[in-house]
Design a protein around this ligand. Structure first.
Ligand SMILES: N[C@@H](CCC(=O)N[C@@H](CS)C(=O)NCC(=O)O)C(=O)O
Length: 214
């Protein structure tokens, strides 16, 4: 398999964790999102993904966009270890936690959104940082309350095994800390992320361990 990735992309980070958890070897194809390169908007990359976003997974003739679609594809073709529980309500709860991050926090703080705030909207650095921190705080406060009920052991978002929700939390927590957001008000999320970050599949997926890291 081949993964179009960028070391700092949290959506690609999710896909890397899932590939590692499932023990799937893959080749990395780096897409440098930084200006002035902005390779995600090159004609060559837009031919792979017209959305101009990473990650993209290529498996033979299959080209799969969107990190959650990629992870659910991996779940279907490599069911073990499972990232979704077997029981329907539990699956829905895990997806709800994952979507709260991937659909409601991450898109508001994506590179193209932050760039649009800078220009044309004219926000200064403090305004952009404030925007970022605001949406982390709104999202993490809700998740902190939710995991009080869903975590089975204080080390996982749901139950006592790694799920899709954990795969989404770690990159979001990594980015929040990189952006110097105050995460102290979310001790449960911090404890879960601290545990997960030590697992080899998560540790090998971190931005600084990627071949394109610089
Ligand atoms: N919903 C997409 C989001 C992908 C996404 O936003 N990727 C970011 C990096 S984390 C990106 O490629 N940004 C490029 C840009 O904003 O120009 C997914 O889950 O795959």
């Amino acid at each position: 398999m081949k993964l179009y990735t960028y070391f700092r992309s949290s959506a690609a980070f999710r896909a890397r964790i899932a590939l590692n958890l499932k023990g799937i070897a893959y080749e990395s194809a780096a897409v440098d999102l930084r200006a002035p390169t902005s390779a995600q908007r090159s004609a060559q990359y837009l031919a792979v993904n017209p959305e101009g976003l990473v990650p993209v997974l290529v498996d033979g003739a299959r080209v799969i966009r969107q990190s959650l679609a990629i992870i659910e594809y991996l779940e279907e073709v490599h069911p073990a270890p499972a990232l979704l529980p077997a029981e329907p309500d539990a699956r829905a709860q895990v997806r709800a936690l994952a979507y709260a991050i991937a659909c409601d926090i991450h898109p508001l703080n994506n590179l193209r959104v932050l760039n649009y705030l800078r220009a044309p909207l004219g926000c200064d650095a403090a305004g952009v940082d404030g925007w970022y921190a605001h949406w982390i705080a709104r999202g993490f406060a809700a998740l902190e309350a939710e995991v009080a009920a869903t975590s089975g052991d204080g080390r996982h978002m749901y139950g006592a095994a790694v799920t899709l929700a954990d795969v989404c939390l770690v990159p979001q927590m990594y980015n929040a800390q990189r952006m110097k957001c105050d995460v102290a008000p979310y001790p449960r999320l911090c404890a879960i992320a601290a545990h997960l970050q030590r697992l080899p599949a998560f540790a090998r997926a971190v931005p600084e361990a990627q071949p394109d890291a610089c």
